[in-house]
Design a protein around this ligand. Structure first.
Ligand SMILES: Cc1ncc(COP(=O)(O)O)c(C=O)c1O
Length: 364
């Protein structure tokens, strides 16, 4: 049995009729930029995220950059963040003119370790960008407390955590803003690129919406140096169709995760994801001392796995600042992580086959 890591065709096929109708609606209306679909999606997304508002932007990277700029972070400011995430989180910080400063991650959750923030604070530190990696929220209570103590802004990178919560509170609740990516593989994915910033600070939202349009507050005046980074009507229309199914997909992700937890719990070499609260399981990432051996074994059985992420950002020449310390936990974990297939359309028989292949490797 061939089991791909992800099957977007299967995913898109289920909503072919509804998404085609939504696309036709946009084409017939003939308004492709910042119209009714974006406005309605922003309302629906902010309601879903339980924030006052949302600003649709071109992608998740720009969402972070624009949120940082709108909050006043810029040239030569330091931003504390995690080394284990998509490179885009750091690129967004650099694009805002700031400098990423990396601290180590928590050995259990793989998210930014709040205890490591304080020792990294300098007079130039302005913000913290935690990432809710793989769908599990970072410890937002501790991060908010430390940040408040040092007067640091917090922008949460929730690209992988649509609907995730910490202490029952949604992403964006304990911070100035949370940012989202709607890259097609995300839990809520567009048919192209898309992103959003959510916040409950109206002045900040207003500034972010000016910045995404080059800096125009209206047609006659350029108020800020902004970007051209708008969510377009077509993607917003698709996202509105798909948003109605997000909770159902998250439930299925959790159901599949339970199968992995149950079937794979008795293998001492295999470390399952630590879930403090209900993760939205964007990815299901295990740890194994012979990660490459297991990966190759699964590949021989036709099962595709990936590594999120194969390198750490504090070790990349383009990001590494002078004086960047080694980060032992991240450096150990990066050699052992493996992402198993998990997406709502994965069939029970398929996940059972993945489990059987892992069991075979462990019993060898
Ligand atoms: C954690 C994280 N942050 C930021 C991004 C960037 O999002 P986008 O690809 O929409 O720019 C991604 C997606 O790759 C991501 O996974």
């Amino acid at each position: 049995m061939k089991i791909p890591f992800l099957n977007l065709t299967r995913h898109s096929h289920k909503l072919l009729k509804e998404t085609t109708q939504a696309a036709a609606r946009v084409i017939e209306r003939g308004n492709f930029i910042l119209g009714e679909e974006v406005r309605e999606f922003e309302n629906e997304w902010s309601k879903y995220c339980e924030t006052v508002g949302a600003v649709g932007v071109a992608n998740g990277t720009d969402a972070i950059t624009l949120a940082l700029i709108a909050s006043g972070v810029g040239q030569d400011d330091e931003v504390i963040t995690t080394p284990l995430t998509a490179a885009y989180t750091s690129l967004a910080i650099v694009n805002a003119g700031a400098k990423p400063v990396y601290v180590d991650i928590d050995e259990k959750t793989f998210n930014l370790n709040p205890e490591k923030i304080e020792p990294a604070v300098t007079p130039r530190t302005r913000a913290v960008v935690p990432v809710h990696l793989y769908g599990q929220s970072a410890d937002m209570r501790a991060i908010a407390e430390i940040s408040e103590c040092h007067k640091l802004l917090v922008i949460e990178d929730a690209a992988q955590a649509h609907g995730a919560r910490f202490d029952g509170k949604p992403c964006g609740f304990s911070s100035l803003a949370a940012t989202h990516s709607f890259y097609p593989t995300k839990n809520l994915g567009a048919f192209g690129d898309g992103g959003a910033i959510v916040s409950s600070d109206e002045d900040f939202l207003n500034k972010a919406s000016i910045l995404r349009q080059g800096g125009h507050a209206d047609a006659f005046e350029l108020n800020l140096i902004g970007r051209n980074s708008r969510l377009d009507e077509m993607q917003a229309a698709i996202l509105r169709v798909k948003l109605k199914f997000l909770d159902e997909w998250t439930r299925r992700r959790r159901e599949l995760a339970e199968i992995y937890f149950e079937r794979l719990k008795n293998f001492p070499r295999l470390q399952m994801p630590f879930v403090r609260e209900k993760s939205v399981f964007h990815l299901f990432v295990i740890r194994h001392p012979d990660r490459n051996g297991l990966k190759n074994h699964l590949a021989e059985k036709g099962i595709e796995t990936l590594i999120h992420y194969p390198y750490l950002l504090h070790e990349q020449k383009i990001f590494r600042g002078d004086g960047q310390k080694s980060l032992p936990v991240a450096e150990k974990i990066v050699k052992e992580i493996l992402s198993l297939p998990l997406y709502p359309e994965l069939e029970t028989a398929e996940i059972e086959a993945v489990c059987a292949a892992i069991e075979e490797f462990e019993n060898k």
